[in-house]
Write a new protein. Structure first.
Length: 607
């Protein structure tokens, strides 16, 4: 009441402007509503657009291909095309050919499994491709090439009647068949063969060392010594011809793969040839319309390793094979891991000179980027752009004999052999009738010396030593007085000794048979060949072959011990330069039942 009255008094006193708040609120509300509708309409107008209901092309003219252009132009030359339907009974016109039936087949060799060929089969997933073993394919091609080469060799022999007539000479009484290597080459004429060596792995690979001709001429090749690499399955010509300036005393192949040839010279140099080198790197000469490649040494120790190299004539070069009897070896001293040795790319070679210095060399297969090494005695050889070989001295033995032996006479070493079942052990033949026993790891294992039954040392030369290839720790010794001894590694004196088997003639060569544990072959200085069979007769040889027409200078034994019916042959190098291969009769070549046990019993009875 007080407010209304006050308002009335104020209104009456001023009589001024009237303000209606209700209408103002109404107008503000209408204005806001209109603004919202305007905003919504503007937003909806942006979303609404016109669209095409019908689309069509005013002109559709695709490009013409060559055939259509030809038909288009062809039709403007007053010509017409006629179409004829050919049926099976329409025989008047020969204008339709029969469809050729085809069938898809596949084949591969060597196959990934037992199935090497087949056709389309809906039950087989055609998306599966057979696996290809490149290593098996390479092995197959290598063996196939060898077979083809042998077949070509037979054709070549048939077209050379003069040499073929020589190769058909009558075999010896101890052999079933024989043939000759064709040494009737111009560069081999009038040269004596001084050394033979057969590969331990590739039994058909043979090395022959040829000396200087008796009548030297002005030709440069006549002043060089020659080593021929033969494949006995291809006797018509040597596979490789190696030359050097110094006289070669001994030679051998690399132990695991016959890709390297090692030779020791009278000057004390060790020479190495890599047979895989490109022939374009070597000298070529033509003889009788045939090109011959004469390979110079790939590596020589002459003038390189002067501080530790041999200063005397190298008497023997021997490969150190990896033991097949799971011998535990030391990596640090041998310089090779077992994996490297089994791969065939790394191995050891032993060289011994007449003064008793024994050097062990290690050949390691290396890439050129890893050629740098901290080893003191290291030299790399090889002419390949990506692969080379590190060849270094492992260790050497300056003295192989006890002091009590040195006071008797200064001994000269003549040969060396490593025990196949344990290559850490080796034996060395001397010129005083004794055989020294040593180890690569410098272990002192008795006996130090192997002596004859008569006792002390004698003035005889140990011309040949050879271990049994059948894993037994026994070896043979052939001396210049004609005596032959059979030793075992644990005894100082021999199990058996034969003094008069050669009638006092010096033993030139002696070797175990590769196919029989109880058989060995002997060659004496009178060109007599003896066959020993200890199971048949342990007192005398079972056969003796006298060769009088052409004196035999040296001998080597080859065979196939991996085959049950393998052949056993002897390679005879004659004074005229002929290399004759005789295959021993089956009764001495084929393995008998329980032969190893019978031989072991015989040796036990000899103790």
């Amino acid at each position: 009441y007080y407010v209304e009255r006050q308002y009335s008094s104020a209104r009456g006193s001023h009589c001024g402007m009237f303000m209606d708040f209700a209408m103002a609120n109404q107008r503000q509300s209408n204005r806001n509503t209109a603004n919202k509708q305007k905003t919504r309409s503007s937003e909806l107008l942006r979303l609404i657009e016109l669209d095409f209901s019908v689309s069509f092309s005013l002109l559709d003219l695709p490009p013409m291909n060559e055939y259509e252009m030809y038909i288009r132009n062809f039709g403007k030359r007053n010509t017409k095309q006629a179409y004829v339907q050919c049926n099976e009974d329409n025989l008047e016109r020969d204008i339709q050919t029969d469809e050729t039936e085809t069938l898809e087949k596949w084949t591969q060799h060597p196959g990934a499994s037992t199935i090497v060929s087949g056709g389309y089969d809906v039950s087989v997933d055609v998306g599966l491709t057979p696996k290809i073993n490149s290593q098996r394919l390479a092995n197959f091609l290598r063996s196939a090439c060898q077979v083809i080469a042998v077949l070509l060799e037979e054709d070549r022999v048939a077209t050379q009647p003069r040499w073929n007539l020589r190769s058909r000479q009558t075999s010896l009484s101890i052999s079933d068949s024989c043939f000759q290597l064709n040494t009737n080459q111009p560069f081999l004429h009038d040269r004596k063969v001084s050394c033979l060596h057969v590969s331990q792995v590739q039994r058909q690979a043979l090395l022959s060392v040829h000396g200087l001709p008796k009548k030297p001429s002005a030709i440069l090749l006549n002043r060089k010594y020659i080593i021929c690499v033969w494949n006995v399955w291809q006797p018509s010509s040597p596979q490789k011809v190696l030359v050097c300036d110094s006289e070669v005393i001994c030679c051998c192949f690399s132990p695991n793969k016959a890709t390297l040839v090692f030779a020791g010279t009278v000057d004390g140099s060790l020479l190495v040839w890599d047979l895989r080198e490109d022939s374009r790197l070597h000298h070529c000469m033509k003889f009788s319309e045939t090109d011959w490649i004469f390979r110079a040494p790939t590596f020589s120790t002459d003038g390189v390793l002067t501080s530790v190299n041999h200063t005397c004539s190298i008497q023997a070069v021997e490969p150190v094979s990896t033991s097949v009897y799971k011998e535990q070896s030391s990596y640090g001293l041998s310089g090779l891991s077992s994996q490297e040795e089994m791969s065939g790319l790394s191995f050891q070679i032993a060289s011994i000179d007449e003064s008793g210095i024994l050097n062990l060399w290690v050949s390691k297969h290396k890439r050129r980027k890893n050629i740098c090494c901290s080893i003191t005695y290291l030299h790399c050889f090889g002419r390949f752009p990506s692969v080379c070989f590190a060849f270094f001295l492992l260790l050497y033995f300056p003295r192989l004999f006890p002091k009590d032996m040195m006071c008797l006479k200064t001994p000269l070493t003549l040969n060396i052999k490593f025990q196949p079942s344990n290559p850490n052990h080796f034996i060395v033949g001397t010129n005083i009738g004794l055989v020294s026993h040593g180890t690569r790891h410098d272990l002192r294992i008795p006996p130090k010396l192997f002596k004859p039954q008569q006792g002390g040392p004698r003035s005889v030369r140990v011309n040949a030593v050879d271990f049994s290839p059948f894993g037994k720790p026994i070896f043979l010794v052939g001396c210049s007085d004609g005596s032959i001894r059979l030793h075992q590694m644990t005894s100082e004196y021999p199990l058996l000794q034969w003094n008069d088997s050669t009638d006092g003639q010096p033993v030139i060569a002696l070797q175990w048979a590769l196919t029989r544990p109880a058989v060995f072959l002997v060659l004496d200085a009178s060109s007599n060949v003896y066959v020993w069979d200890l199971l048949e007769n342990d007192l005398w040889p079972v056969a003796k072959q006298i060769i009088q027409s052409d004196r035999v200078l040296t001998m080597a034994v080859l065979g196939e011990p991996e085959k049950k019916n393998g052949l056993l042959g002897i390679v005879l190098a004659k004074e005229s330069g002929i290399i004759d291969i005789q295959y021993i009769k089956k009764k001495w070549a084929l393995l008998q039942s329980e032969e190893s046990e019978k031989l072991h019993l015989l040796l036990q009875q000899s103790l």
